[in-house]
Design a protein around this ligand. Structure first.
Ligand SMILES: [Zn+2]
Length: 360
């Protein structure tokens, strides 16, 4: 069984900063990735648009884009970098950035909710301070990490509610009502609550889904404490995984698309904690194929999810170049980078062979 597809876009990835960026970028190119949306939670964050803006002490979209291009990202088609929304973001920044064509999307992080998110600012502020208003007016896309922050244990992860449920139930309907034309990407959704929100919204509200959230539940994380599966938002329950799978397997799906949230960590677990993020460079299309149980019946749905829905929403061109997925086992190994070894997700789960082989 073999399927040829147009090269795809990973519309949620972390390339971080420093010497190893070129290794992470190469891993993405090697899995048939034609383009990316590279997240701005770097150190320092990408919290301004123009390099010449010296009112804010952070990286700019201009400078981070240059770093990506010179680390091998010039082989990507039109890489996208969202602005990190912070207390310093103003409606004027949005308007000027959009007018210059450099600002096309902004990322909302719940303060202290995930890796390098300490610069985040509560979402109600952006609803009131004119930032979302300016984004709606200019057609700038909002990439939203939808988890409530600062919750107590049972509210953070309970059987009937968790940080993502809570965020969607508290803010998302309000946000949609107040800014009905704001273009929103609900990032790395993990719950039935988020699936239902996206499905019940207009075509301006869409979502990315990672391979791990389609394949695994919290039981896979807990059984043997497989910390390579520790990411935020956490993997959830079977009812949630089923809702995610149903949404991507739907033949009419135009709203749910690939965004791996691939995040490299040379040191994943320490004696007193664990870094959040799963590394799926080199292996993401193979894992998505496994999650779909890719076959002739769902090939169209798979192609829409991996190759078409995302670029269509962002107005990116569909590449003419292709890659091929074949149902035959392929061996996995760790990725050697300039900053150390990175363990791909499945290898970290004790699986050293994938069901699918990818060829460019
Ligand atoms: Zn992410």
């Amino acid at each position: 069984m073999s399927y040829t597809l147009p090269k795809w876009y990973d519309l949620h990835v972390h390339f971080r900063q420093g010497d190893a960026m070129s290794d992470y970028i190469q891993a993405h190119l090697d899995m048939g990735c034609a383009g990316v949306l590279a997240m701005p939670n770097t150190k320092p964050p990408v919290a301004k648009v123009f390099e010449s803006d010296d009112s804010i002490d952070s990286w700019s979209i201009e400078s981070y884009r240059d770093m990506i291009l010179s680390a091998g990202g010039d082989k990507f088609n039109d890489p996208l970098i969202p602005l990190y929304l912070s207390k310093d973001t103003t409606p004027e920044m949005i308007t000027k950035g959009a007018e210059a064509g450099i600002l096309r999307c902004c990322k909302y992080y719940p303060p202290h909710g995930t890796t390098n998110s300490e610069h985040g600012f509560p979402i109600e502020k952006f609803m009131e301070n004119g930032v979302f208003e300016a984004m709606q007016t200019r057609g700038v896309i909002l990439n939203i990490h939808g988890e409530e922050h600062g919750l107590s244990g049972e509210d953070y992860f309970g059987e009937n509610s968790n940080a993502e449920d809570k965020f969607y139930n508290t803010y998302m309907t309000k946000l949609r009502d107040k800014f009905p034309n704001l273009r929103i990407v609900c990032e790395h959704i993990t719950t039935k609550t988020a699936v239902d929100f996206v499905a019940s919204s207009g075509d301006n509200v869409v979502a990315t889904i990672t391979p791990q959230h389609l394949l695994y539940t919290v039981a896979d994380l807990l059984q043997g404490l497989k910390y390579h599966l520790y990411c935020l938002p956490l993997v959830k329950f079977e009812k949630d995984r089923k809702a995610l799978l149903d949404s991507v397997l739907d033949k009419n799906n135009i709203k749910f698309f690939a965004g791996t949230d691939s995040a490299p960590h040379t040191t994943k677990a320490t004696e007193c904690g664990c870094a959040a993020g799963c590394f799926t460079g080199l292996i993401a299309p193979q894992l998505y194929a496994q999650a779909f149980n890719l076959n002739d019946d769902n090939f169209e749905a798979f192609k829409n999810f991996l190759c078409f829905n995302g670029p269509k929403f962002y107005g990116l061109s569909i590449p003419k170049e292709t890659f091929t997925l074949t149902k035959k086992p392929s061996k996995l190994s760790k990725l050697q980078t300039k900053e150390g070894l990175i363990t791909p997700l499945t290898l970290g789960l004790g699986i050293d062979t994938l069901d699918w082989t990818l060829e460019l």
